[in-house]
Design a protein around this ligand. Sequence first.
Ligand SMILES: *[C@@H]1O[C@H](CO)[C@@H](O)[C@H](O)[C@H]1NC(C)=O
Ligand SMILES: *[C@@H]1O[C@H](CO)[C@@H](O)[C@H](O)[C@H]1NC(C)=O
Length: 371
Amino acid sequence: MEKGCSKQYLLQHLLRLLFYLLIFIPSTSKALANPRASNNSAPAVIVFGDSTVDPGNNNYVKTVFKADFAPYGKDFANHVPTGRFSNGRLTPDFIVSYIGIKESIPPYLDPTLSIKELMTGVSFASAGSGFDPLTAKVSNVIGIPKQLENFKEYKKRLESAIGMKRTENLINKALFIVSAGTNDFVINYFTLPIRRKIYSVSGYQQFILQKATQFLQDLFEQGARRILFSSLPPMGCLPVVITMFSKHAISERGCLDNYSSVGLQFNQLLQKELNLMQFRLANHGVSIYLTDSYVALTDMIQGHGRSAFDEVSLGCCETGYLETALLCNPKSFLCPDASKYVFWDSIHPTERVYENVFKSIRPIIDAIIRD
Ligand SMILES: *[C@@H]1O[C@H](CO)[C@@H](O)[C@H](O)[C@H]1NC(C)=O
Ligand SMILES: *[C@@H]1O[C@H](CO)[C@@H](O)[C@H](O)[C@H]1NC(C)=O
């Protein structure tokens, strides 16, 4: 009787010890290594889109849309021109760092990536790309369908390294970021005559919307469950748009509201479409959020919010009216402090803006990785 009792007592202790070993110890050691791990963050961040999220895939592509030379990357770690179209990091870099996965997100086409690097996420994005196949074609960059093909190849590589089941799990838990559409309007529809001949503005908005939702459906079928979709920015505030389309581009540098409103309308249509999709796929554990960079950027440009910038309508590089890619190069004049500028070149925001966008969407990131 006595013996049986102490056996049970011992067993209870053993079980409790096991419990601690299994539950408590791993979670504390993880929590020490990564303060967010206990809240089950995302194991990987996977990115698609255009220059707003391309960390250098175009370095490996024959195109003029490159940024792998100075002064790009001037404020990046070690001042490296990585191919990012900015002076420093992009929003997905701030996101991976916040989640605690790594310091920046690499381009998928970098042939030297380790398995660990692949497992914590990559970007398939390509500067100059868009949802309209014609947009990527005119710039000779990686279109969205090809980005999806590269993602499928990426999955195969993961599967052969860590197995089917772990790969599927990783993809289900990964945070997906999609940021594209601006080039479809700015480089393509507003500038080239081809699409304008066939489509009215609203017709083209519908066309892009259809392509964007199809892409989301494709991502879902490939296992994506947590998706952040970036809204269009106020396109009429991009320095190059003001320069190209304003009647007095030198003296009047205000935003062109009718170009911005094309984006605003698109965002509203997109939000409706994403709501429908979220509703339709909710029982598959899908969460899709539209992240509103339109509002965040408009606030920065109009001086709302906490951060005021000195210059909101010219890029920091060279004259700031229309330079980007090769026209912003090692010989270019630079503003003394890029953090006082909204735009780094005539199209692309400065690191400070990307960081502010990250801060504005942080509550959404918290929500989506907790779901
Ligand atoms: C987990 O999330 C809760 C709120 O949801 C927060 O209070 C807590 O600090 C988080 N813990 C960690 C380790 O991040
Ligand atoms: C915006 O307005 C200007 C001037 O009225 C006009 O020339 C231009 O075509 C308009 N653009 C769009 C996209 O509506």
